[in-house]
Design a protein. Sequence first.
Length: 202
Amino acid sequence: MFSKLSMQFCTFLKKIVEIIFIFLLTYAGIMSERIPRSLCALLGAGLVVYSGLVTQEMALRHFIDFNTIGLLAGMMILIGVVKKSGFFEAMALWSVKISKGRPKELLIILGLITGFCASFMDAVTAVLLITPMTISLCRRIHVTPIPTLIAEILLSNIGGSGTMVGDPPNVMIGSATHLVFNDFAMNTGCLLYTSPSPRDCS
């Protein structure tokens, strides 16, 4: 009996060591930046299946969230279309027109736009799309873009946490708890109203 338990423990420990090794190897490939991150993730997942730690059936049924993958794929298509339409450039010009070139007003408007966009697309993507325009606008009015960028980053995190589609982890949480979009927004949307305003960041 004791020998059987010890063998099971050794087998379990061996699997843990293998999983940690594959995890560290995958992260080393990502940190090296010589291999695309998506390829590193796929290779790491393939190693887990190939080594027998997880079966293909288990991986497809329990470890792959197709809701998250579908959302990200659809979001990338939507962002590509919106970006080509010039929507973000139009919003930047509208911000300058409304603020009349005043730095504090521009900070507030761009921060609110970033937070709003982050509620309906990935927060990181929203910041990456708006940041170049923010730097260009701040250079034109001869002010430092750092306070505006900090406000945009903070408000993108807040806006992204308020809806199910704002961040990929939100989709995973919503799928696991079987929440719909409105339920998730009602439970987490209060963060949008209790958080500091962009004026406090100026």
